[in-house]
Design a protein around this ligand. Structure first.
Ligand SMILES: [Zn+2]
Length: 492
């Protein structure tokens, strides 16, 4: 767009100085003039895929040719710091909002809200109550308010009416619906006629999380599960190719968290330390939400603070700031965090799993895979580290939609892109984000200034030429000068 504008000004004939001045000044008077709405280019397409619990190093454990292909044709990030707690719901909502859990409000898979006097569980219909989700707005809501369309296949929260809307196309959550069905629906929505096609798709698959919990990540049986996920990715890529979308869609394949190996030898039994009558157990191991009965916070905390060397007890206000996990009414007054590989239970009679996640988000075992390819991404590029909250401003940039205030930073992650972001869609500042994270470029202003100077120079020369040599032709040219909107007919 910008290049075409400058080219127009170099061409004689149908072009008038007034048109050139209008064209060059356009970016100055209208900061959103590069927005897709204004020149009706189709919005770029983006498909975000999450394989639940796909740990970062699974791709190196068995041959994963399809992950390799995405990496070779695109980018890979080695260290992805997700958000605390490293559970499914908080992290999936962070990916589509760019917010820490304390800010978007989905602080755990199991929650209690004292203001609403309601409990949330990913295993009950409580998760369909919009009030749990509306402390933030997911990207599908933002893009639809911006005139775009989105499609969702089972992504957590995508079948909830948030801020009055569902995704344009979505599937009601049903774990028994096959991966292949989910993919076919999404590809159908992405490849629909232009006036119906979705721009942004999200796809969720329950594995390898489920097997990781049951088998433990160290089990040799996990090899086949991981190879099976790679085949599923291959299926997705084939379907995109069949629909002619493979080179058009920006494909991001990631996960919400990793998985740690547990052991029946590493169990902490709370009943040894504190009476069950003193508290309500809100969220499960390895970060257990403890809500003491009224007036019992200090007593319960006193009983738990040094109870076991493999468990840390935090009063809510003492949770380390780096975890961004304090400032929400849904975070319980006391949190118990197990050390990696340890399980907190009330006693051993409860169900035990061989793998789990939820631990500190700086632990390597908790971190997810990240690969991406498509027209927006560089090729064969490996980045060392990113934060999962940076994904949101990156996706907004790719989709040409203005991000809502968020904790992420496009600047941190823009080296993944095949071209430098223009300054037309800056990330608005968020109170929780240091100001140096927000890059505004002066390039358009300088460019526009140079353009204006060039046009003024051209005008002077033109006026001199016309008034001195071509005076009789002015009557005919005046019609062209009043028609700047004819630029679309120029076929430059
Ligand atoms: Zn998960």
């Amino acid at each position: 767009m910008a290049r075409r504008t400058m080219l127009s000004c170099l061409l004689p004939g149908a072009l008038s100085p007034l048109f050139c001045l209008w064209a060059v000044l356009l970016p100055v008077v209208s900061p959103n003039s590069l927005n897709h709405h204004e020149h009706q280019d189709p919005r770029p397409k983006l498909l975000l895929v999450s394989f639940d619990g796909f740990r970062w190093d699974y791709i190196d454990r068995v041959p994963t040719p399809n992950f390799r292909k995405v990496m070779d044709e695109g980018v890979k990030v080695e260290f992805v710091e997700n958000v605390y707690i490293t559970k499914t719901y908080p992290n999936h909502y962070s990916m589509v909002t760019g917010l820490y859990a304390e800010t978007h409000g989905i602080v755990a898979n199991e929650m209690y809200d004292p203001a609403l006097n309601l409990s949330f569980s990913m295993e009950t219909d409580s998760m369909y109550d919009p009030r749990w989700w509306e402390e933030a707005a997911p990207l599908w809501v933002t893009i639809q308010k911006d005139g775009g369309r989105s499609g969702a296949a089972m992504w957590p929260g995508s079948d909830v009416k948030i801020h009055g809307m569902f995704p344009t196309r979505y599937l009601q959550y049903n774990a028994s619906v096959s991966f292949e069905y989910r993919v076919r629906r999404l590809v159908e929505w992405l490849s629909a006629p232009e006036e119906e096609a979705v721009d942004f798709g999200v796809l969720y698959w329950e594995e390898p999380d489920e097997s990781g919990h049951n088998l433990g990540p160290q089990s040799p049986l996990m090899d086949a599960i991981i190879a099976g996920i790679d085949e599923k990715l291959g299926f997705l890529m084939d379907e995109l190719k069949k629909a002619g979308l493979y080179e058009k869609v920006n494909l991001i394949v990631t996960s919400d968290h990793g998985m740690a190996q547990l052991s029946p030898e590493k169990i902490i039994e709370l009943d040894e330390y504190v009476d069950r009558d003193l508290y309500t157990w809100v969220d499960k191991s390895p970060v257990v939400g403890i809500m003491p009965k009224e007036g019992k916070v200090d007593e319960v905390y006193g009983l738990l603070m040094d109870a076991n060397p493999n468990m840390v007890a935090y009063k809510k206000e003492e949770v380390p700031a780096r975890l961004h996990y304090q400032h929400n009414i849904r975070i319980t007054p006391i949190l118990l965090e197990a050390k990696e590989g340890w399980t907190i239970m009330q006693n051993r009679s409860g169900p035990f799993m061989l793998g789990n996640h939820g631990y500190d988000n700086t632990l390597r075992s908790m971190q997810p895979v990240f690969v991406a390819r498509g027209p927006a991404f560089r090729q064969n590029y490996v980045k060392t580290a990113m934060r999962s909250i940076d994904l949101y401003p990156l996706m907004c940039h790719i989709l040409s939609t203005r991000p809502l205030p968020n904790n992420g930073s496009l600047l941190n992650i823009q080296d993944l892109l095949s071209s430098e972001p223009a300054a037309s869609t800056p990330t608005p500042a968020h109170p929780a984000t240091p100001p140096e994270h927000h890059g505004y470029s002066y390039a358009p202003v300088v460019g526009s200034f140079i353009g204006v100077v060039m046009v003024l120079g051209f005008l002077v020369v033109y006026v001199l030429l016309v008034t001195l040599k071509q005076r009789p032709a002015l009557k005919h040219r005046s019609w062209e000068m009043s028609q700047p909107l004819l630029q679309e007919d120029l076929h430059l």
